[in-house]
Design a protein around this ligand. Sequence first.
Ligand SMILES: [Zn+2]
Length: 217
Amino acid sequence: MALKFKKIKVDKKVNYGFLDKQQKPVKFKNRIGLGQVHQNRIICLSRPTRKRFFAGFDGSITNQKGITLTVNVADCFPIYLYDAKNKTVGLLHSGWRGTVRNISGRAIAMMVKQFSSKAKNIRACIGPGIRSCHFEIKKDVINKFKKYPDAIIKKADGLFVDLPNIIKTQLTKTGVALKNIQDCKECTFCDAKKYFSFRRDKHGKPKTMLAYISLVA
Ligand SMILES: [Zn+2]
């Protein structure tokens, strides 16, 4: 496992990771896949199900052991959620569209509602994605970010957005403590050895990497 989050490593009851381009694929038993349509719908898996794919969703939360939540990413951020108190997990696909649609805030609200989680007990980890060093936006989408002026960075060569900054703002707004948010700080565009990047690799066939989290059975 290349990616280690101190905030999750609290016990052996949760298994998570990120399969970057240097790692061999893993075949998960009971893997949950999502349609990933850049919206903000989150599926709640609160009882055993045989269904393994949910079209039209960009996030999932569960209290069920032995199923592996996954998202495919290459520039979009995987957001890992873990409530150590009541043993629930979540995983989100948060590109810029999902981020402006506040998928992180919605996921926390859902964990609170469905699993009686307390936001202060939830730990959140932000995986590798495209960061403000490379996430340039054109003027036509700037108004989508108008709620988050602090996240817009004006440079001589254009406008850039700090998506993890927005995600952190949304999480803390729901009551997640800043100290319980860990950001791996890695940029998929910057590190071509380790990561696929949709923007950087646009000439080839786009490839993605797999983020996963599960409660150990
Ligand atoms: Zn970068």
